[in-house]
Design a protein around this ligand. Structure first.
Ligand code: IPD
Ligand code: CA
Length: 282
């Protein structure tokens, strides 16, 4: 039987490549920075231009499909996941890195049907690494199969998370307390590369063993979710319960044992949902 979504995935890889080229070229110029929800929530003209490029190209080929895309949502579009074939797009994941020329910047696209991820594409465009995964068919980096480390002992893990300013003092304190709690397990180390999608692909390829985050968005996670799970990884909520793409929280891990133990060290805080009206956007 032919795969109904393979044509979409092939197109996705092509458009991610084109988007990555635009991003690399934009790095040669002065980058004008604008702000969204706060003075550390950055956006550039390139984020917006790349998102328009991706959506117009997909829409021309698949006119009935739906979209949830970061800059469109920032401009007021809804972010409600339906049963429709839906492209979930982050044109630049790692905008702060892009602004500083820090080399972890990706184009992240996930595709859902009936709210289930069918495939994901994450193009780490400065490293020129194209991560791809189709449901049930494995995960790849530049065409070569990848898999998680399989590490089961949290004290032997390299852990990724985001270390970023939080306006809310209690959230900031909890984030710092979580860092301390995880560090003093002790784990081998904590890293913060600054692109959620790349973080998930680093766990998927065994370069790191776990990643946790509260306050992320569906467009940061959709592409990486496919890559991580197809590479044999495990995704759960920070509570250890089932993962929900619209919940703005995740643990991505090399094994269920690591995910479960990490969850027991993380105290959560309210981050809202992507599909709630008026949800926090930072
Ligand atoms: C951000 C990055 C970052 C994560 C933030 C995201 P953006 O995405 O993925 O790693 O910590 O929560 O918002 O804004 O660069 O697309
Ligand atoms: Ca982005």
């Amino acid at each position: 039987m032919t795969d109904p979504w393979q044509e979409c995935m092939d197109h996705c890889v092509e458009i991610a490549k084109q988007a990555g080229k635009v991003i690399r070229e934009a790095l040669q110029d002065d980058i004008a920075v604008m702000h969204k929800s706060s003075q550390v929530d950055l956006v550039t003209e390139t984020d917006q231009r790349v998102e328009r490029l991706i959506i117009s190209s997909i829409r021309a080929k698949f006119p009935t499909h739906s979209f949830i895309a970061e800059e469109s949502v920032a401009a007021g579009a809804p972010s409600i996941l339906t049963d429709d074939p839906t492209w979930i797009i982050d044109p630049i994941d790692g905008t702060t890195n892009f602004v500083h020329g820090f080399p972890f910047v990706s184009v992240s696209i996930g595709f859902t049907v009936k709210k289930e991820i069918e495939f994901g594409v994450v193009y780490s465009c400065i490293e020129d690494k194209m991560y791809t995964a189709r449901k049930g068919k494995g995960a790849f980096c530049n065409g070569l199969p990848i898999k998680v480390s399989g590490q089961e002992d949290l004290s032997r893990c390299l852990v990724l998370t985001e270390v970023a300013f939080k306006k809310d003092q209690q959230q900031l304190d909890t984030m710092m307390a979580n860092l301390r709690s995880v560090l003093t397990i002790p784990v081998h180390g904590i890293r913060s590369p600054g692109s959620a999608a790349i973080n998930m692909c680093l766990v998927a390829s065994g370069a790191a063993d776990a990643y946790y985050h509260l306050g992320i968005h569906c467009w940061d996670m959709a592409g990486g979710t496919a890559v991580l799970t197809e590479a044999g990884g495990v995704i759960v909520d920070v509570s250890g319960g089932p993962f929900d793409l619209m919940s703005r929280r995740l643990i991505a891990a090399s094994s269920a044992a690591v995910a479960e133990r990490l969850a027991s060290h993380i105290v959560d805080f309210h981050v809202g949902r992507d599909d709630a009206l008026g949800s926090e956007k930072n």
